[in-house]
Design a protein around this ligand. Sequence first.
Ligand SMILES: NC(=O)c1ccc[n+]([C@@H]2O[C@H](COP(=O)([O-])OP(=O)(O)OC[C@H]3O[C@@H](n4cnc5c(N)ncnc54)[C@H](O)[C@@H]3O)[C@@H](O)[C@H]2O)c1
Length: 330
Amino acid sequence: MKVLITGGAGFVGSHLADRFIADGHEVTVIDDLSTGRYANVEHLEGHKSFRLIIDTVLNERLMEELIRESDRVFHMASAVGVRLIMERPVKTIETIFHGTDVVLRFCSRYRKRVLVPSTSEVYGKGVKVPFSEDDDLLTGATDKHRWAYACAKTLDEFLALAHWKETQLPVVVVRLFNTVGPRQTGQYGMVVPRFVRAALRNEPIEVHGDGTQSRCFGHVSDVVEGLVRLLETPACFGEVINLGNSEEVSINELAQRAISLTASTSTINYVPYGEVYGPGFEDMQRRVPNLEKAERMIGYKPTRMLNDIINDVAAEFRRSRPESTNDATV
Ligand SMILES: NC(=O)c1ccc[n+]([C@@H]2O[C@H](COP(=O)([O-])OP(=O)(O)OC[C@H]3O[C@@H](n4cnc5c(N)ncnc54)[C@H](O)[C@@H]3O)[C@@H](O)[C@H]2O)c1
């Protein structure tokens, strides 16, 4: 099978590429390396079934060619990360919406199965616990840039479902909750690699806000298994499905676990959101996925919990980037 992974030099995309290569498929990655890293796929270069193309998904002529020759398309390319979204709001909207439009248009033309990742951010300021796929979405005012990501991803969802409705495009929309694991960089504000890296260096861990906000973290290997199954299950076409892990942890607890699991002497520093992202930044207190639909439709059950995640991320830092300054944080 020929698999096209846009954004395949990124965190989740590169794990997907590993998975398909290991399963004996042909993989093409297109990535502009804006947030992705060549190092994520370097080990695959030279493999007879792997091809890396450094270009943008906005290159329509190239995308048409790549999609026409593929059997499956995983559209992982996107502007990602709260920091990037706050700093580059125009690029965020353009990359997400135009990129997905291009991919869906050609997948529709050539009748290709396509997976479109959305995000738990679309649930916005909703306070329901847990979030289910048919819940209302509640984002903030348009002058609060963080919501641009959620709204652009929501529009992606509408467009994907519109293609399904009008032409039965075999598309699956998956709302990823915080996905973490080896290769994720802390550069764009991702909390787990930031904390683990600081803990390993015995540097202060910087908690944004008061740390009582909670999140659920899914291991990338569980998520990749879910993504693969979703696109192989025709009953999922035209559906929106949550994916992640429902083990909930406060950011304070996350910092403490990062310290204890790495035997660190780090302290915890609290920094108000306004100082990190500018005045008026809004964050959610809790964000828990309802995973019943994923379990019912593809038998999805996370197998790796937060301690496994922290240990895996720490092991990767120790092994491959002990002195990395690439993901410096504020
Ligand atoms: N990791 C998470 O916790 C999480 C949560 C919710 C949703 N998602 C979604 O999952 C997908 C993958 O996210 P990730 O965490 O792997 O992020 P990532 O930043 O590591 O991967 C995104 C990749 O897309 C590439 N890219 C960006 N713009 C591009 C363009 N115009 N053309 C080609 N490539 C481009 C980047 O270089 C990067 O390699 C994204 O759609 C993201 O919105 C991720």
